[in-house]
Design a protein around this ligand. Sequence first.
Ligand SMILES: [Zn+2]
Length: 272
Amino acid sequence: MLIDCHVHINNYDSTQLADPRQTADKLFAAMQESGVSHAVILTSYFVNEHRPHVDEAIALLGDDPRVTLIEGLRWRVDDTRTDLFRMEERIAAGQVRGIKLYPGYDKYAINDPSLEGVMRIAAKHKVPVMIHCGDTYSKHAKLRQAHPLLVDDLAVDYPDVDFVICHLGNPWFQDTAEVLYKNDNVYADISGLTLGDFHYEFERYMVQRVRDMITYMGDPGRQLLYGTDWPLAGMKTYRKFFDSLELDEDARDNIAWRNAARLFRIDVERLR
Ligand SMILES: [Zn+2]
């Protein structure tokens, strides 16, 4: 069983329009082709004709057992910021089962004090907070604000909240390994380590980085999660990358689906 904990239904090809329904259909085809049983969809930090609002994602996919929705926080760059009261309603209703932050892209730092209300909602409803960390797809984003070491501040200040460092904090793998080693309430997903398909040399490089992290932090099955960042990264290439890590069976199953199922409260009996 494989759960992809990090996918998007945004259209990243600005030369042509694609509605979210078309992108979702492509997602389901990719999942089937790659043997992915369930995907966690993260909505964006802004809304336009290429990026659906969370309410649109709920209307489209809210009842689909193949996916879980995570609400992207809209905080600084959009003309409308997330109404936290409405976000809490969506969380309480189970329409979304987590929050995604886009620090750096959205021009705030991971440990920005303005996020306190967001963290209180996450703690109250016991939903994880996923955080974009490390390299940014956009040249307009600010890297320092998305450094994984800052997740340590949140982990300490909000011990009742589970956090997910996305992309292993690439390229600050050692910092991420330390934040994971130190904090039991921090997880990390392996998504987005390449754009498109892995080239051979780069795959070897990334496999070694992940192995170095494991050497430092110990059991990788405790806190790592499988994810791709589809459609930015390919699902097939990611399965191959995951296999190349040559993990023992228990750690592999934890990363492939057990940790995600627990964190996002995914009913795996329905997936079998
Ligand atoms: Zn992503």
